[in-house]
Design a binder for this molecule. Sequence first.
Ligand SMILES: Cc1cc2nc3c(=O)[nH]c(=O)nc-3n(C[C@H](O)[C@H](O)[C@H](O)COP(=O)(O)OP(=O)(O)OC[C@H]3O[C@@H](n4cnc5c(N)ncnc54)[C@H](O)[C@@H]3O)c2cc1C
Length: 441
Amino acid sequence: MKKMGIVGFGAAAIGFLQGLIESKKIDDYEIVVFERGKDHAHNTISGVRMDGKIFVSRGMGGELDIPFEVQYKIVELYLSHSGYRPTLKERIDPIEYLKSFEKDGKKIEFGESFADDETYRKFYDHGFEPIKAYFFHLGTDVLKDTNNNLFEHFSSFKNVHFVFDTIVEDVELGSKHKVITNKGEFVFDELVVAVGRSGHRLMDRIKEKYPQLVRENYYVDIGVRYELPNHVMEEFFDMYEVKVRYKTRTGYMCRLFCQNPAGKVTLEKYEDFTTVNGYSDTHHKTQNTNFAVLVTTRFTEPFKDPTGYGKNLAKLANILAGDREKVILQTYGDFKEYRRTKRLGRVQPTLHEDSFILGDANLVFPSKIRESLVDFIDNLDRVIRGVAYFDNLLYAVEVKFYSNKFCNDVVEHLHVIGDCSGWTRSIQYATSMGYIRALRL
Ligand SMILES: Cc1cc2nc3c(=O)[nH]c(=O)nc-3n(C[C@H](O)[C@H](O)[C@H](O)COP(=O)(O)OP(=O)(O)OC[C@H]3O[C@@H](n4cnc5c(N)ncnc54)[C@H](O)[C@@H]3O)c2cc1C
């Protein structure tokens, strides 16, 4: 039997183990799963201990192309291990089948963005690409069962051994791969690294030792956090998320995402600069909705530092705001007219006044980014009347950095999967990536 080491027991590892079971390759290996969490009962499977929304979408959750058939399978895996059972016998329409799952007489909570054809068409006809997504909400209360059941499911295989309370500190890659933990060293024929975002220390170590495993990143998303009155966006509140992409007249792709109905704008502080973000607080509703409008900026050789580019624009906004921990706030009307904002209109900011300065974001954005933002917002106003009101607010700068991606075809018998690979950022995509990788073994 070959020896396999799996580092981390989260969503990606769950997918990988399930893939091994379904392909029957599991019998070929003696498997050790290292997990730094104390034990499975203490909710250590961080991927599934969260809110537990499992999405089905081709456009959100990761930068991989995951076939719908795999995504349905993953939803079913989580539902069935959470105690839900199908009430439909036949799986003619996979979404209807999954929607039929219930537990103790209660249907699984389900949501769909752009469910209404007319809304979809409205966006589509104005050049937007609406990102469709379905979600199944397991709910925090059942997640403990999900963890337990999945753990029982995998540990029922005699050749699968879980080692909890163990931190993998380093790996040494070779003809066999060595795993160095705080409790000793182990050697494997096959190594799976699935440590999620919380495993960044180990990933930094691997990147430093094996830079050939890391793919060059050429992208950064730069733009603003946009804030407007709730009533403008109200008709979309029952949609999980209004997420659309649009190719602007500059040729740059611009996107709307991370919508927070009745939410708040907040600062995102980094070591040496500050950007903006948004959130919704279930207890404190506000009069405003906020969302990100970001332009995807791609660079080509010889420039190789998109992250530095984004950081420097954010820093410039902080410099103009007169403080490393302040951002620029401007009305959309003033932004369009190249005027510094001196007075606000009908929309009051939800970000605390100590955190911003009224200014002119035109001094920050290169014109190609600025033109893309204006084109996007003006065009969106044709679909959602009121988005381009002169006194709506924009906060600069919002930046989304792309994480470095790991190549899985450089070192033999090594599989870096899930969020730590840089390719995924959701339970669905992390689990699916693991699942597909195992099928290809
Ligand atoms: C607050 C919050 C809420 C979220 N809600 C959702 C949601 O509703 N829906 C959704 O799709 N996504 C959600 N996500 C994202 C989702 O949790 C991740 O995308 C997903 O879990 C990634 O799976 P993974 O296997 O890559 O990592 P994880 O699931 O994080 O698993 C990694 C595992 O590795 C272990 N580990 C880390 N380092 C080491 C080490 N050195 N040695 C040994 N073990 C180690 C960790 O303890 C962990 O158990 C949420 C994330 C957060 C933070």
